[in-house]
Design a protein around this ligand. Structure first.
Ligand code: SAJ
Length: 422
């Protein structure tokens, strides 16, 4: 590990930027977070956090109180800049690189000879080259690397984050990192920076390969989840318990099937494979099909709920109460981005399936606006929701739901999309 302490600017203090900033500060670097949200700047400068992530609060608090981490809105000079801003897709699944471009143009006036700029945001192949182009437009006085260039004033690299929400702080330090330079010296320079805090291996490659590595990791997981989700549809038609089936098949030494669920959410796995499809639409057939299978799962769950509600309506002489357990995109986190559970709850409300919808989400304090604006929808405690519901839809395998006693579910129609209560 190199011991040189640097001044490092992190652009974007979100799920990746903030933990990265805090970890860099914890090993002694001077870290400045650049954020467009005044509210986030204020929260961080108080030593607090604006997301739910285990162990992050103490780390940020220590970093801010040690004086090694502060947040600002305007870029300032530094030795290295790490860009960790969102890269969503647009309606037609084309990547939206506006935040990366804005970040590039925001730091460009502060760049000096000898600086290192690293992009961490998940990006389509070729984005780091585009980043060099945007920086060069803003700073014609500096030389930026292009393939094969020997001399450059600013080094540029792509180093994807690959941490799992819920385990970000430990995975940031433990996981291996792929560091792709626009030139080999760019990769080396970036690798040295990561080696100051990463205990896993930091492996150098070129930027395009590093960009594709990140997309490949998430597409691999998406395809494997799609396999499990497709099995759940097939098993439903054939009257087979998919959970038992998978447990049995996984006893084969070379079979390891993932878990079906209500769909795939989050800002990564449900998004990144589209970047591959967009870059190579003819070749990426399996990757596209997997996205379609996973994106189709919420509608399948909704049909199951519609059937259950119709049956309950037939036997009750009052309105039907549905309880949705979980809104987050996966267990034990507060993140609702691209959440299939939220999508299911919203469509349940739009289609007026239930006379009353009770939503249980232990990780949020208020319902999201799309649900809160409807009459008959309430954020509820678990016990109250279970007591009142005719139909219980388990959408997220939060730890709080695991221990629900089976007699609390007696007499209700249960749609357990995660196989938690089998
Ligand atoms: N899911 C299933 N069945 C499974 C596993 C997951 O339905 O067997 C669902 C989850 O409920 C969730 C979605 O898939 O809705 C994604 O969850 P996840 O835990 O698989 O992944 P993320 O999105 O939290 O984090 C992923 C990770 N990538 C891989 O595991 C290859 C993480 O390492 C990445 O850093 C992250 O994406 C990212 O930022 O790209």
């Amino acid at each position: 590990m190199s011991s040189r302490k640097l001044k490092i600017s992190i652009v974007g203090l979100g799920y990746i930027g903030l933990p990265t900033a805090a970890v860099l500060a914890s090993v002694g670097h001077e870290v400045v977070g650049i954020e467009i949200s005044q509210a986030i700047v204020d929260v961080v400068n108080r030593g607090e956090i604006h997301i739910v992530e285990p162990d992050l609060d103490g780390l940020v608090q220590a970093a801010v109180h040690s004086g090694r981490l502060r947040a600002v809105m305007a870029a300032e000079p530094a030795d290295a800049f790490i860009i960790a801003v969102p890269t969503p897709f647009m309606n037609d699944h084309q990547p939206d690189l506006r935040h990366v471009e804005q970040a590039a143009r925001a730091i460009a006036p502060q760049l000096q000879r000898g600086n290192l700029v690293i992009l961490e945001s998940t990006s389509p192949v070729g984005t780091t080259e585009k980043l060099a182009g945007w920086l060069a437009e803003e700073r014609p006085d500096l030389r930026f690397p292009v393939a094969g260039s020997k001399e450059t004033d600013v080094h540029l690299a792509y180093c994807p984050e690959r941490v799992l929400p819920g385990s970000i702080v430990s995975e940031l330090v433990r996981n291996d990192r792929v560091v792709g330079g626009l030139t080999p010296p760019c990769a080396e320079k970036a690798r040295h920076l990561y080696e100051t805090f990463v205990r896993g291996q930091c492996i150098a490659t070129d930027a395009r390969t590093a960009e594709m590595t990140k997309l490949t990791e998430n597409a691999f997981r998406d395809v494997n989840i799609a396999f499990a989700n497709e099995l759940s549809l097939i098993c439903d038609q054939l009257g087979i318990d998919v959970w038992e089936l998978i447990a049995l098949a996984n006893r084969h030494p070379r079979v390891n099937i993932l878990n079906p669920g209500p769909g795939v959410g989050g800002h990564c796995i449900a998004v990144d494979p589209w970047f591959i499809v967009d870059s190579a639409p003819q070749a990426a057939r399996l990757i596209r099909a997997a996205r379609e299978v996973n994106d189709g799962k919420p509608e399948w769950v909704l049909n199951k709920v519609a059937e259950a509600v119709a049956a309950a309506r037939g036997r009750l002489d009052r309105g039907v109460v549905v309880a949705c357990l979980g809104l987050a995109f996966k267990a034990n986190i507060d993140d609702l981005r691209e959440s299939p559970s939220l999508e299911i709850a919203e469509r349940l409300v739009e289609r007026r399936f239930a006379d009353r919808l009770l939503v249980v989400e232990p990780y949020v304090e208020a319902l999201p606006a799309a649900l809160a604006s409807h009459a008959g929808v309430e954020l509820s405690e678990l016990d109250a929701a279970l007591a009142a519901a005719d139909v219980v839809v388990l959408l997220v395998d939060h730890q709080q739901f695991k221990g629900v006693p089976r007699d609390a579910l007696a007499g209700k129609t249960v749609i357990d999309t995660r196989g938690l209560w089998r």
